[in-house]
Design a protein around this ligand. Sequence first.
Ligand code: SDX
Length: 464
Amino acid sequence: MLSPAYCAKHSPRRPTCRSRWFQAVTNQMKEIPVSDPKTVKLLDGSSNRSSDLPLISGTLGPACIDIGTLYKDTGHFTYDPGYGSTASTKSAITYIDGDAGVLLYRGYPIEQLAEHSSFLEVAYLLLNGELPDKPQFDRFEHQITHHTMIHEAQRNFFHGFHYDAHPMAMLAASVASLSAFYHDDLDVDDPEDRKMAAVRLIAKMPTIAAACYRYSIGWPFRYPRNNLEYVDRFLHMMFEVPSEPLKLSPVATKALDLLFILHADHEQNASTSTVRLVGSTGANPYASIAAGITALWGPAHGGANEAVLKQLEEIGTPDKVASAVLRAKDKSDSFRLMGFGHRVYKNFDPRAKIIREMCHKVLAELGVNDPLLEVAMRLEEAALKDDYFVERKLYPNVDFYSGIIYKALNIPAEMFTVMFAIARTAGWIAHWIEQHETSGSRIGRPRQIYTGADVRDYVPAGRR
Ligand code: SDX
């Protein structure tokens, strides 16, 4: 539970905190006495023009200066290339407090959802805003279970890929192609179409993901089994071989369901922002989610989990940890500790804490003794004691330990980001729906600071 002290400190609605903060901000920015605590007055010294910018607040988190009229009022843009101080939208789905290490899905702390919920229930929560009662959940689960198949023609796509194609390439292409097979849920302005697309995407991602894996190892595809629940159905499609029935492991099922919960959503991260930007053009849901998949692939984002495992394997043994930490601090070396640091969390990523505990439990229950776990723990210990990391508030993030669990579940490193994408599909499509439900949404179109050549006349080739 969030403590009353937390809420008092972070809820802008509580006057004590808010007026102190705004008073400080307004005074810092201007000598002019505060005229209205709900605005920030910006005075442009070069032109003496001023702009009264509204301050808007949400349920939790910092107030935001609404700069919508800034360019009209002052002729200036704002500049924030990594969007570190910029709220791109309003959203009711997920709240993160990076300093306090808090993560809420629709107001529920991630720790409580991890302990009590399931991925499918969390997907329902993200989509609908409330936890389902039993009839609601049963109907949702029935819908998902009966939309897990993909068109047989789509299965042929895979045979166009080289056998060693990266699964993320196959996943992105296959999800984008869904709009070639489903034309009855592409009206982005129709709530029923949006809901249908959400069900199809959440239902089919595991089927497509498993097909990517099976194709890459030359095994025949497996059809989804409706008598299995979501995660077991996925594990069956991944690992069942024609020659013998698959013995499902409850430990593996629980671990994977928990990893899916932890990866389901995370506010306006790079891939979710990509989905929203593509969605703002009116692109269909499959194209928008495919864009999110490609954004997630980068090693600075969801691709970090695959990079972490490769890095742990390169380090190899605990005695090499110290040199890895030295390299990560060396500015002349592009080497970074993958799975460390976060744009928002300047404290422990609450998901990393849960995954770290789960790591020990799952490996013990599966009887797996992975020396990389020892390397990871020593790396974490060394980094958290090192001033470079402490000063920059670099802590392990969600990707640091997840790969060790995936590996223990016999999931290959190339599939780690695919696992992330299966889970994040719930968050991506929830944000995509939210933006289409929000009246007045406009196409996203940032401006820039132009640093190119000044205007000049064309020079004929003979005179250059
Ligand atoms: C995810 O946004 C989300 O919510 C993402 C995510 C989600 O659920 O959607 O949480 C999932 O993407 C987690 C992050 C996975 N990525 C990695 O683990 C890759 C390694 N981490 C970094 O590349 C980095 O920390 C980022 C990309 C995560 C954050 O980058 P920022 O916020 O732009 O931070 P920065 O690059 O400005 O770093 C600040 C300082 C720099 O040093 P100085 O210039 O101040 O001297 O910290 C250093 C950086 O060099 N630094 C690192 C480091 N991360 C940052 N140094 C060594 N190793 C690292 N991992």
